[in-house]
Design a binder for this molecule. Structure first.
Ligand SMILES: Cc1cc2nc3c(=O)[nH]c(=O)nc-3n(C[C@H](O)[C@H](O)[C@H](O)COP(=O)(O)O)c2cc1C
Length: 148
C-alpha cells in the first residue's frame, strides 16, 4: 500500500513556501488558514512548512505541531524558506517535535525572495528563489521520503 503523505503550510510574504509545496503531486496539501480539523491520524508522513519570520517558523505552524493528532507510527519532517540561509531556523519546531516524542526524520530548507524591512531598499534579497533548482532539490527530498 502506498504511503500517505500530508504537508501543512503557512505562506504569506511572497508565497515562496506555497510555490515549493504546490510543485508536488501525490501529496495532500493543507493551508493552515483553511485548516479546521487537526486529526491527521490517517497519514504516515506529515510535513510542517512555512517561511521564516523573525528567526523562526510561523506561530501558526508551531501551534499546529503542538496540537496535531497523529498515529503512533507517523513520521514528521520540516520544510522552510528563508531570506538569508545563515542558521538553523527550525530549532523551535524541532523542540516541539522532540518534546512530543514524534518521529522526526529530517528537514528541507531553501532561500525565498525577501524584501521585508531594510532589504526593501536594495530591492530585496534571494531574488527569484525558490528557483527551479530549489524545486528540483525539494522534489528529490520528498521522493526519498516516498521511497523510505
Ligand atoms: C516579518 C518577516 C520577518 C522575516 N524574518 C526573517 C528572518 O528572521 N530570517 C530570514 O532568513 N528571513 C526572514 N524573512 C524572510 C522570509 O523568511 C522569506 O521571504 C520566506 O521565503 C517567506 O516565505 P513565504 O513567502 O512563504 O511567506 C522574514 C520575512 C518577513 C515578512
Amino acid at each position: 500500500m502506498s504511503k500517505k503523505i500530508a504537508i501543512i503550510y503557512t505562506s504569506f510574504h511572497h508565497m515562496n513556501t506555497e510555490r515549493l509545496i504546490l510543485s508536488l503531486d501525490a501529496v495532500d496539501i493543507f493551508n493552515t488558514s483553511k485548516l479546521n480539523n487537526l486529526n491527521f491520524s490517517k497519514y504516515d508522513y506529515i510535513g510542517f512548512a512555512s517561511g521564516i519570520y523573525y528567526g523562526e517558523m510561523s506561530k501558526n505552524i508551531l501551534n499546529i505541531a503542538r496540537k496535531i493528532v497523529l498515529k503512533d507510527s507517523a513520521k514528521v519532517f520540516i520544510i522552510y524558506t528563508c531570506g538569508i540561509a545563515l542558521k538553523n531556523y527550525s530549532k523551535s519546531m524541532e523542540h516541539i517535535l522532540h518534546t512530543r516524542h514524534l518521529n522526526y526524520i529530517g528537514k528541507f530548507s531553501c532561500r525565498g525572495y525577501d524584501n521585508y524591512g531594510p532589504f526593501k531598499i536594495f530591492g530585496g534579497i534571494s531574488k527569484k528563489h525558490p528557483n527551479q533548482n530549489d524545486i528540483n532539490n525539494f522534489k528529490s527530498f520528498i521522493h526519498k521520503i516516498q521511497n523510505l
